[in-house]
Design a protein around this ligand. Structure first.
Ligand code: NAI
Length: 381
Protein backbone atom coordinates (compact mmCIF):
# COMPACT_ATOMS: atom_id res chain seq x y z
CA UNK A 1 0.00 0.00 0.00
CA UNK A 2 1.20 3.48 -0.79
CA UNK A 3 0.87 6.99 0.50
CA UNK A 4 -0.54 9.05 -2.35
CA UNK A 5 -0.88 12.83 -2.28
CA UNK A 6 -3.58 14.38 -4.43
CA UNK A 7 -3.31 18.06 -5.24
CA UNK A 8 -6.65 19.73 -5.89
CA UNK A 9 -9.86 18.46 -4.31
CA UNK A 10 -12.25 19.42 -7.10
CA UNK A 11 -14.28 17.09 -9.31
CA UNK A 12 -11.28 15.03 -10.44
CA UNK A 13 -9.09 15.19 -7.32
CA UNK A 14 -11.83 14.01 -4.98
CA UNK A 15 -12.87 11.25 -7.41
CA UNK A 16 -9.27 10.04 -7.69
CA UNK A 17 -8.94 10.18 -3.89
CA UNK A 18 -11.95 7.88 -3.58
CA UNK A 19 -10.51 5.41 -6.13
CA UNK A 20 -7.07 5.08 -4.54
CA UNK A 21 -8.35 5.12 -0.93
CA UNK A 22 -10.88 2.41 -1.77
CA UNK A 23 -7.96 0.29 -2.99
CA UNK A 24 -6.40 0.58 0.48
CA UNK A 25 -3.89 3.39 -0.04
CA UNK A 26 -3.34 6.28 2.34
CA UNK A 27 -4.42 9.54 0.71
CA UNK A 28 -3.27 13.06 1.51
CA UNK A 29 -5.83 15.30 -0.20
CA UNK A 30 -4.52 18.84 -0.51
CA UNK A 31 -6.17 22.04 -1.74
CA UNK A 32 -5.28 25.70 -1.29
CA UNK A 33 -8.97 26.49 -0.99
CA UNK A 34 -10.20 25.50 2.46
CA UNK A 35 -13.85 25.62 1.43
CA UNK A 36 -13.15 23.27 -1.52
CA UNK A 37 -11.41 20.84 0.82
CA UNK A 38 -14.38 20.95 3.21
CA UNK A 39 -16.79 20.32 0.33
CA UNK A 40 -14.69 17.40 -0.90
CA UNK A 41 -14.78 15.79 2.56
CA UNK A 42 -18.54 16.23 2.89
CA UNK A 43 -19.20 14.87 -0.61
CA UNK A 44 -16.85 11.91 -0.20
CA UNK A 45 -18.45 10.89 3.11
CA UNK A 46 -21.90 11.19 1.62
CA UNK A 47 -20.88 9.15 -1.48
CA UNK A 48 -19.44 6.39 0.73
CA UNK A 49 -22.63 6.41 2.82
CA UNK A 50 -24.77 6.04 -0.28
CA UNK A 51 -22.61 3.22 -1.67
CA UNK A 52 -22.85 1.39 1.66
CA UNK A 53 -26.59 1.85 2.02
CA UNK A 54 -27.12 0.55 -1.54
CA UNK A 55 -25.00 -2.49 -0.68
CA UNK A 56 -22.34 -1.67 -3.31
CA UNK A 57 -19.67 -1.69 -0.60
CA UNK A 58 -19.76 -2.93 3.00
CA UNK A 59 -19.95 -0.55 5.98
CA UNK A 60 -16.44 -1.67 6.93
CA UNK A 61 -15.14 -0.76 3.45
CA UNK A 62 -16.79 2.65 3.65
CA UNK A 63 -15.23 3.32 7.06
CA UNK A 64 -11.81 2.11 5.96
CA UNK A 65 -11.92 4.21 2.79
CA UNK A 66 -12.94 7.33 4.78
CA UNK A 67 -10.17 6.67 7.33
CA UNK A 68 -7.61 6.33 4.55
CA UNK A 69 -8.12 9.95 3.50
CA UNK A 70 -6.54 12.89 5.36
CA UNK A 71 -7.45 16.43 4.35
CA UNK A 72 -4.32 18.53 4.22
CA UNK A 73 -4.25 22.33 4.16
CA UNK A 74 -0.51 22.81 3.78
CA UNK A 75 1.91 21.53 1.17
CA UNK A 76 4.40 20.61 3.93
CA UNK A 77 1.91 17.92 4.97
CA UNK A 78 2.67 15.96 1.78
CA UNK A 79 6.25 15.03 2.73
CA UNK A 80 5.48 11.29 3.16
CA UNK A 81 3.97 10.85 -0.31
CA UNK A 82 5.40 8.16 -2.61
CA UNK A 83 3.22 9.31 -5.47
CA UNK A 84 1.66 12.72 -6.10
CA UNK A 85 -1.26 13.13 -8.50
CA UNK A 86 -1.95 16.74 -9.42
CA UNK A 87 -5.53 17.71 -10.43
CA UNK A 88 -5.64 21.50 -10.14
CA UNK A 89 -6.66 24.15 -12.69
CA UNK A 90 -5.68 23.49 -16.31
CA UNK A 91 -3.04 26.24 -16.44
CA UNK A 92 0.57 25.42 -17.32
CA UNK A 93 2.19 28.24 -15.31
CA UNK A 94 0.21 27.33 -12.18
CA UNK A 95 0.95 23.61 -12.59
CA UNK A 96 4.68 24.28 -13.10
CA UNK A 97 4.82 26.38 -9.96
CA UNK A 98 2.97 23.74 -7.93
CA UNK A 99 5.28 20.95 -9.20
CA UNK A 100 8.26 23.04 -8.13
CA UNK A 101 6.77 23.53 -4.66
CA UNK A 102 5.99 19.84 -4.31
CA UNK A 103 9.52 18.82 -5.25
CA UNK A 104 10.79 20.91 -2.37
CA UNK A 105 8.88 18.82 0.20
CA UNK A 106 8.73 15.23 -1.10
CA UNK A 107 11.48 12.59 -1.22
CA UNK A 108 13.74 12.40 -4.28
CA UNK A 109 12.15 9.12 -5.43
CA UNK A 110 8.54 10.29 -5.11
CA UNK A 111 6.75 10.00 -8.49
CA UNK A 112 5.01 13.16 -9.68
CA UNK A 113 1.97 12.77 -11.93
CA UNK A 114 -0.42 15.17 -13.59
CA UNK A 115 -4.04 14.48 -14.50
CA UNK A 116 -3.96 17.15 -17.22
CA UNK A 117 -6.21 16.57 -20.26
CA UNK A 118 -4.61 19.02 -22.63
CA UNK A 119 -1.16 20.15 -21.55
CA UNK A 120 1.98 18.27 -22.55
CA UNK A 121 3.60 16.27 -19.77
CA UNK A 122 6.98 17.38 -21.15
CA UNK A 123 6.14 21.03 -20.46
CA UNK A 124 5.18 20.22 -16.85
CA UNK A 125 8.27 18.02 -16.31
CA UNK A 126 10.47 20.80 -17.70
CA UNK A 127 9.78 22.85 -14.56
CA UNK A 128 11.10 20.08 -12.26
CA UNK A 129 14.54 19.43 -10.86
CA UNK A 130 14.10 15.70 -11.43
CA UNK A 131 11.95 15.55 -14.60
CA UNK A 132 12.63 11.80 -14.96
CA UNK A 133 10.03 11.11 -12.25
CA UNK A 134 7.24 13.07 -13.92
CA UNK A 135 4.45 11.27 -15.81
CA UNK A 136 0.82 11.75 -16.84
CA UNK A 137 -1.93 9.71 -15.16
CA UNK A 138 -5.13 10.76 -16.90
CA UNK A 139 -8.44 9.71 -15.35
CA UNK A 140 -11.86 10.23 -16.89
CA UNK A 141 -14.78 11.98 -15.22
CA UNK A 142 -16.25 10.69 -12.92
CA UNK A 143 -13.08 8.90 -11.83
CA UNK A 144 -14.77 6.30 -9.57
CA UNK A 145 -17.04 5.14 -12.41
CA UNK A 146 -14.84 5.33 -15.49
CA UNK A 147 -12.72 2.21 -15.97
CA UNK A 148 -9.97 3.68 -18.14
CA UNK A 149 -6.79 5.51 -17.12
CA UNK A 150 -4.26 6.76 -19.68
CA UNK A 151 -0.60 6.72 -18.64
CA UNK A 152 1.59 9.23 -20.43
CA UNK A 153 5.38 9.11 -20.14
CA UNK A 154 7.03 12.35 -21.29
CA UNK A 155 10.29 12.47 -23.26
CA UNK A 156 12.03 13.10 -19.91
CA UNK A 157 10.32 10.25 -18.00
CA UNK A 158 12.69 7.50 -16.92
CA UNK A 159 12.54 4.15 -18.72
CA UNK A 160 10.30 1.69 -16.93
CA UNK A 161 8.28 4.19 -14.91
CA UNK A 162 5.21 3.86 -17.17
CA UNK A 163 5.10 0.10 -16.53
CA UNK A 164 5.46 0.60 -12.76
CA UNK A 165 2.63 3.14 -12.83
CA UNK A 166 0.56 0.73 -14.93
CA UNK A 167 0.84 -1.85 -12.13
CA UNK A 168 -0.26 0.71 -9.54
CA UNK A 169 -3.22 1.81 -11.64
CA UNK A 170 -4.27 -1.81 -12.18
CA UNK A 171 -4.12 -2.39 -8.40
CA UNK A 172 -6.66 0.44 -8.05
CA UNK A 173 -9.08 -1.61 -10.17
CA UNK A 174 -8.63 0.48 -13.31
CA UNK A 175 -7.71 -0.46 -16.88
CA UNK A 176 -4.47 1.26 -17.77
CA UNK A 177 -3.24 2.05 -21.28
CA UNK A 178 0.05 3.68 -22.18
CA UNK A 179 0.11 6.50 -24.70
CA UNK A 180 2.58 8.98 -26.16
CA UNK A 181 2.64 12.57 -24.92
CA UNK A 182 0.65 13.95 -27.89
CA UNK A 183 -2.48 16.16 -27.89
CA UNK A 184 -5.62 14.44 -26.62
CA UNK A 185 -3.59 11.30 -25.72
CA UNK A 186 -5.71 8.39 -27.05
CA UNK A 187 -9.36 8.98 -26.26
CA UNK A 188 -9.62 12.73 -26.73
CA UNK A 189 -7.80 12.40 -30.06
CA UNK A 190 -9.42 9.33 -31.59
CA UNK A 191 -12.96 10.33 -30.56
CA UNK A 192 -12.85 13.78 -32.21
CA UNK A 193 -14.61 12.76 -35.46
CA UNK A 194 -17.54 11.36 -33.47
CA UNK A 195 -18.41 14.97 -32.74
CA UNK A 196 -16.88 16.93 -35.61
CA UNK A 197 -18.05 14.74 -38.50
CA UNK A 198 -21.55 14.54 -36.99
CA UNK A 199 -21.72 18.34 -36.80
CA UNK A 200 -20.35 18.64 -40.34
CA UNK A 201 -23.10 16.33 -41.64
CA UNK A 202 -25.70 18.42 -39.83
CA UNK A 203 -24.20 21.72 -41.06
CA UNK A 204 -24.31 20.45 -44.65
CA UNK A 205 -28.02 19.79 -44.20
CA UNK A 206 -27.65 16.09 -44.96
CA UNK A 207 -29.56 15.16 -41.79
CA UNK A 208 -30.79 16.59 -38.49
CA UNK A 209 -29.22 16.04 -35.06
CA UNK A 210 -32.01 13.59 -34.22
CA UNK A 211 -31.44 11.55 -37.40
CA UNK A 212 -27.67 11.44 -36.91
CA UNK A 213 -28.11 10.40 -33.27
CA UNK A 214 -30.60 7.72 -34.30
CA UNK A 215 -28.16 6.36 -36.90
CA UNK A 216 -25.25 6.13 -34.46
CA UNK A 217 -27.30 4.53 -31.67
CA UNK A 218 -29.76 2.41 -33.68
CA UNK A 219 -27.51 1.20 -36.48
CA UNK A 220 -24.07 1.76 -34.96
CA UNK A 221 -24.76 0.52 -31.44
CA UNK A 222 -23.14 3.53 -29.73
CA UNK A 223 -24.56 4.25 -26.27
CA UNK A 224 -25.38 7.89 -27.04
CA UNK A 225 -25.63 9.78 -30.30
CA UNK A 226 -23.03 12.51 -30.84
CA UNK A 227 -25.41 15.44 -30.28
CA UNK A 228 -26.99 13.98 -27.15
CA UNK A 229 -23.47 13.19 -25.91
CA UNK A 230 -22.10 16.69 -26.60
CA UNK A 231 -25.13 18.16 -24.80
CA UNK A 232 -24.41 15.81 -21.92
CA UNK A 233 -20.69 16.61 -21.70
CA UNK A 234 -21.40 20.34 -22.06
CA UNK A 235 -20.27 22.55 -24.94
CA UNK A 236 -17.93 24.52 -22.71
CA UNK A 237 -15.94 21.32 -22.01
CA UNK A 238 -16.37 19.56 -25.38
CA UNK A 239 -15.71 22.63 -27.54
CA UNK A 240 -12.65 23.61 -25.53
CA UNK A 241 -11.15 20.11 -25.82
CA UNK A 242 -11.64 20.22 -29.62
CA UNK A 243 -10.11 23.68 -29.85
CA UNK A 244 -7.13 22.74 -27.70
CA UNK A 245 -6.43 19.52 -29.67
CA UNK A 246 -6.70 21.51 -32.95
CA UNK A 247 -4.30 24.20 -31.73
CA UNK A 248 -1.86 21.69 -30.26
CA UNK A 249 -1.76 19.81 -33.60
CA UNK A 250 -0.57 22.97 -35.35
CA UNK A 251 -4.04 23.51 -36.82
CA UNK A 252 -4.29 20.19 -38.64
CA UNK A 253 -7.66 20.48 -40.48
CA UNK A 254 -8.60 16.99 -39.32
CA UNK A 255 -9.24 18.43 -35.85
CA UNK A 256 -10.91 21.67 -36.92
CA UNK A 257 -13.59 22.80 -34.45
CA UNK A 258 -17.12 23.56 -35.66
CA UNK A 259 -18.69 26.99 -35.73
CA UNK A 260 -22.14 25.59 -34.86
CA UNK A 261 -20.75 24.31 -31.59
CA UNK A 262 -18.77 27.47 -30.92
CA UNK A 263 -21.94 29.53 -31.30
CA UNK A 264 -23.78 27.34 -28.77
CA UNK A 265 -20.85 27.80 -26.39
CA UNK A 266 -20.83 31.57 -26.92
CA UNK A 267 -24.60 31.76 -26.42
CA UNK A 268 -24.32 29.88 -23.13
CA UNK A 269 -26.38 27.00 -24.56
CA UNK A 270 -24.07 24.51 -22.89
CA UNK A 271 -26.35 21.48 -23.14
CA UNK A 272 -28.26 19.63 -20.46
CA UNK A 273 -26.83 21.67 -17.61
CA UNK A 274 -28.28 24.93 -19.00
CA UNK A 275 -31.46 23.33 -20.40
CA UNK A 276 -30.47 23.96 -23.99
CA UNK A 277 -27.80 22.82 -26.42
CA UNK A 278 -28.38 21.10 -29.74
CA UNK A 279 -31.63 19.93 -28.13
CA UNK A 280 -34.07 21.83 -25.94
CA UNK A 281 -34.45 20.27 -22.49
CA UNK A 282 -37.19 22.59 -21.24
CA UNK A 283 -40.17 20.78 -19.81
CA UNK A 284 -42.70 20.10 -22.52
CA UNK A 285 -40.36 21.21 -25.32
CA UNK A 286 -41.12 19.45 -28.56
CA UNK A 287 -38.47 16.87 -29.39
CA UNK A 288 -37.30 16.52 -33.00
CA UNK A 289 -38.19 13.30 -34.75
CA UNK A 290 -35.53 11.28 -36.55
CA UNK A 291 -35.82 10.44 -40.23
CA UNK A 292 -36.15 6.66 -40.33
CA UNK A 293 -34.74 6.29 -43.87
CA UNK A 294 -32.34 3.37 -43.38
CA UNK A 295 -30.21 4.22 -46.44
CA UNK A 296 -29.66 7.75 -45.12
CA UNK A 297 -28.86 6.50 -41.63
CA UNK A 298 -26.40 3.95 -43.04
CA UNK A 299 -24.66 6.70 -45.02
CA UNK A 300 -24.33 8.78 -41.85
CA UNK A 301 -22.99 5.87 -39.80
CA UNK A 302 -20.48 4.92 -42.50
CA UNK A 303 -19.14 8.45 -42.81
CA UNK A 304 -18.59 9.00 -39.09
CA UNK A 305 -17.29 5.47 -38.62
CA UNK A 306 -14.64 5.63 -41.36
CA UNK A 307 -13.45 8.94 -39.94
CA UNK A 308 -13.12 7.35 -36.48
CA UNK A 309 -11.33 4.33 -37.95
CA UNK A 310 -8.97 6.65 -39.84
CA UNK A 311 -8.10 8.42 -36.60
CA UNK A 312 -7.42 5.14 -34.76
CA UNK A 313 -5.39 3.82 -37.71
CA UNK A 314 -3.33 7.01 -37.80
CA UNK A 315 -2.68 6.86 -34.06
CA UNK A 316 -1.35 3.34 -34.62
CA UNK A 317 0.64 4.47 -37.67
CA UNK A 318 2.33 7.14 -35.54
CA UNK A 319 2.94 4.73 -32.63
CA UNK A 320 0.81 6.71 -30.18
CA UNK A 321 -0.22 3.44 -28.53
CA UNK A 322 -0.35 -0.29 -29.24
CA UNK A 323 -3.29 -1.68 -31.21
CA UNK A 324 -4.50 -3.46 -28.06
CA UNK A 325 -4.38 -0.25 -25.98
CA UNK A 326 -6.18 1.70 -28.71
CA UNK A 327 -8.98 -0.86 -28.72
CA UNK A 328 -9.17 -0.93 -24.90
CA UNK A 329 -9.23 2.87 -24.70
CA UNK A 330 -12.18 3.24 -27.05
CA UNK A 331 -14.25 0.31 -25.83
CA UNK A 332 -13.65 0.76 -22.09
CA UNK A 333 -12.93 4.49 -21.94
CA UNK A 334 -15.83 5.74 -24.03
CA UNK A 335 -17.83 2.52 -24.34
CA UNK A 336 -17.67 2.18 -28.12
CA UNK A 337 -19.51 -0.99 -29.18
CA UNK A 338 -16.39 -2.38 -30.89
CA UNK A 339 -12.73 -1.54 -31.14
CA UNK A 340 -12.25 0.67 -34.20
CA UNK A 341 -9.48 -1.51 -35.67
CA UNK A 342 -11.60 -4.65 -35.24
CA UNK A 343 -14.50 -2.78 -36.83
CA UNK A 344 -12.31 -1.92 -39.82
CA UNK A 345 -11.35 -5.60 -40.21
CA UNK A 346 -15.03 -6.45 -40.23
CA UNK A 347 -15.89 -3.83 -42.85
CA UNK A 348 -12.74 -4.57 -44.83
CA UNK A 349 -9.86 -2.08 -44.96
CA UNK A 350 -10.30 -1.65 -48.72
CA UNK A 351 -13.89 -0.61 -48.16
CA UNK A 352 -12.83 1.88 -45.45
CA UNK A 353 -10.17 3.35 -47.76
CA UNK A 354 -12.60 3.61 -50.64
CA UNK A 355 -15.07 5.58 -48.53
CA UNK A 356 -12.35 7.90 -47.22
CA UNK A 357 -11.01 8.47 -50.73
CA UNK A 358 -14.50 9.24 -52.01
CA UNK A 359 -14.88 11.89 -49.30
CA UNK A 360 -11.42 13.26 -50.06
CA UNK A 361 -12.05 13.37 -53.83
CA UNK A 362 -15.39 15.05 -53.33
CA UNK A 363 -14.31 17.72 -50.84
CA UNK A 364 -10.63 18.13 -51.68
CA UNK A 365 -10.10 18.81 -47.97
CA UNK A 366 -7.14 17.53 -46.02
CA UNK A 367 -9.56 16.59 -43.28
CA UNK A 368 -10.50 13.48 -45.28
CA UNK A 369 -6.98 12.24 -46.09
CA UNK A 370 -6.60 8.54 -45.36
CA UNK A 371 -3.85 7.43 -42.99
CA UNK A 372 -0.74 5.82 -44.44
CA UNK A 373 -1.54 2.88 -42.16
CA UNK A 374 -4.59 2.01 -44.24
CA UNK A 375 -2.80 2.38 -47.57
CA UNK A 376 0.08 0.20 -46.32
CA UNK A 377 -2.36 -2.38 -45.04
CA UNK A 378 -3.91 -2.66 -48.49
CA UNK A 379 -0.58 -2.56 -50.31
CA UNK A 380 0.64 -5.57 -48.34
CA UNK A 381 -2.73 -7.32 -48.66
P1 NAI B 1 -11.90 21.65 -10.45
O1 NAI B 1 -11.99 23.09 -10.77
O2 NAI B 1 -13.15 20.90 -10.10
O3 NAI B 1 -10.88 21.45 -9.23
C1 NAI B 1 -9.62 22.06 -9.13
C2 NAI B 1 -9.25 22.19 -7.67
O4 NAI B 1 -7.88 22.58 -7.59
C3 NAI B 1 -10.05 23.26 -6.91
O5 NAI B 1 -10.60 22.71 -5.75
C4 NAI B 1 -9.01 24.34 -6.59
O6 NAI B 1 -9.25 24.97 -5.35
C5 NAI B 1 -7.73 23.52 -6.54
N1 NAI B 1 -6.53 24.30 -6.79
C6 NAI B 1 -6.35 25.29 -7.70
N2 NAI B 1 -5.08 25.75 -7.65
C7 NAI B 1 -4.46 25.04 -6.68
C8 NAI B 1 -3.13 25.04 -6.17
N3 NAI B 1 -2.23 25.88 -6.63
N4 NAI B 1 -2.83 24.14 -5.21
C9 NAI B 1 -3.75 23.29 -4.72
N5 NAI B 1 -5.02 23.25 -5.16
C10 NAI B 1 -5.36 24.12 -6.13
O7 NAI B 1 -11.14 20.98 -11.70
P2 NAI B 1 -11.27 19.49 -12.26
O8 NAI B 1 -12.39 19.41 -13.23
O9 NAI B 1 -11.23 18.56 -11.11
O10 NAI B 1 -9.93 19.36 -13.13
C11 NAI B 1 -8.67 19.24 -12.53
C12 NAI B 1 -7.65 18.76 -13.55
O11 NAI B 1 -8.06 17.51 -14.09
C13 NAI B 1 -7.42 19.67 -14.75
O12 NAI B 1 -6.06 19.60 -15.12
C14 NAI B 1 -8.31 19.05 -15.81
O13 NAI B 1 -7.87 19.35 -17.13
C15 NAI B 1 -8.12 17.58 -15.51
N6 NAI B 1 -9.22 16.71 -15.97
C16 NAI B 1 -10.52 17.11 -15.85
C17 NAI B 1 -11.53 16.27 -16.30
C18 NAI B 1 -12.95 16.70 -16.17
O14 NAI B 1 -13.80 16.14 -16.88
N7 NAI B 1 -13.29 17.64 -15.30
C19 NAI B 1 -11.25 14.94 -16.89
C20 NAI B 1 -9.84 14.59 -16.86
C21 NAI B 1 -8.88 15.47 -16.46
Amino acid sequence: MMTIAIIGSGAMGSGIAQVVAMAGNKVLLYDTNEAALGRAEKNLLSTLDKLASKGKISNAQATECAQNISYVGSIAGLAQAQLVIEAIVEDLAVKQEVFGNIEAVVAKDCVLASNTSSLSIASIAAACEVPERVIGIHFFNPAPLMALVEIIPAVQTREGLADEVKDWVSSWGKLAVITKDTPGFIVNRVARPYYSEAIRIMEEGMASCATIDAAMVGLGGFRMGPFALMDFIGHDVNYRVTESVFTAFFFDPRYKPSLSQKRLYEAGYLGRKTGRGFYNYAEGAEQPIADTDVALQQKILNRILVMLINEAADALFLNIATAADLETAMTKGVNYPKGLLAWAEELGWANVLQQLDELYNYYHEDRYRASGYIRNKIAVG
